[in-house]
Design a protein around this ligand. Structure first.
Ligand code: FPP
Length: 246
């Protein structure tokens, strides 16, 4: 029985978020520069998208560039931005033909002009698709997102648009850059690191975590299937007891 056959297609997560980690270490193992690993990471994204479609995962969020990543050497930052622009330009037609809608979360205004333009075009080009929402977290950090939401709510309440006493979890969710996107049921981090690294802190309240030793450029469909099988082995209690779930 293959891994795919073991998956219950009626119980796959609707939203999977991934911290794609280990590109640098993978490149180093090959005696190459870090960007070599990032380049190979794009193939892992293609594979993951195919697996997501097979499993009817409707939302796939990828942590592609954090607000902290600006602190990396300039050549790596420039190389990552260039890779993003080239990948979007090369892949967007095929992505669109396979039903992918591209979305972004994060402080997109802070990205270089050519990246913003490419992202805008890609979002416009794919806006009528709905099979898989590919959400790129770019210039993203959860604390930035929360601060941004608090500022927006405070301004609205100052203007009398929002009554402070009606602010609840739903109001806060609606001011996040993930507005309208369901919370992820499953979060995967590759490369053996067990950290959240400022990713989706608000949205992962009840998310199941799957950590794998696989470095991101080696991540293939089977690794995605394994993560989903791991998810399906969990009992999601949402604060209740087992007996209440049956
Ligand atoms: C983490 O590995 C990876 C990143 C910071 C960038 C991820 C980017 C890609 C996979 C490709 C570009 C994205 C798109 C959407 C085209 P790391 O560099 O931190 O690896 P290390 O921990 O081994 O050093």
């Amino acid at each position: 029985m293959s891994l795919l056959d073991k998956i219950d297609l009626n119980n796959t997560p609707k939203h999977v978020a991934i911290i794609m980690d280990g590109n640098g270490r993978w490149a180093k193992k090959q005696g190459q520069e870090r960007l070599y690993g990032h380049n190979f990471g794009v193939e892992s994204i293609r594979e993951t998208l195919k697996a997501a479609r097979e499993l009817k995962v409707s939302y796939l969020t990828l942590y592609a560039f954090s607000t902290e990543n600006w602190n990396r050497p300039k050549a790596e930052v420039d190389g990552l931005m260039d890779l993003l622009v080239r990948s979007l330009a090369n892949e967007i037609k095929e992505l669109s033909e396979s039903g992918v809608r591209l979305l972004t979360i994060g402080d997109i205004e802070g990205l270089p002009e050519n990246c913003r333009a490419e992202l805008m075009d890609a979002q416009e080009y794919t806006k009528n698709n709905s099979e898989v929402h590919l959400i790129l977290a770019l210039n993203y950090s959860a604390r930035w997102e929360i601060v941004n939401a608090v500022q927006k709510i405070a301004l609205e309440s100052q203007k009398g648009i929002v009554d402070p006493l009606t602010i609840n979890a739903e109001v806060i969710s609606d001011h996040m850059t993930t507005k309208g996107i369901p919370d992820p049921e499953l979060l995967i981090r590759t490369s053996g690191e067990h950290r959240i690294s400022n990713f989706l802190l608000w949205q992962i309240a009840y998310t199941e975590f799957h950590f794998t030793e696989v470095l991101w450029p080696d991540f293939r469909k089977e690794d995605f299937y394994k993560a989903v099988l791991d998810y399906q082995s969990r009992e999601r209690r949402f604060g209740m007891v087992s007996e209440q779930l049956t």
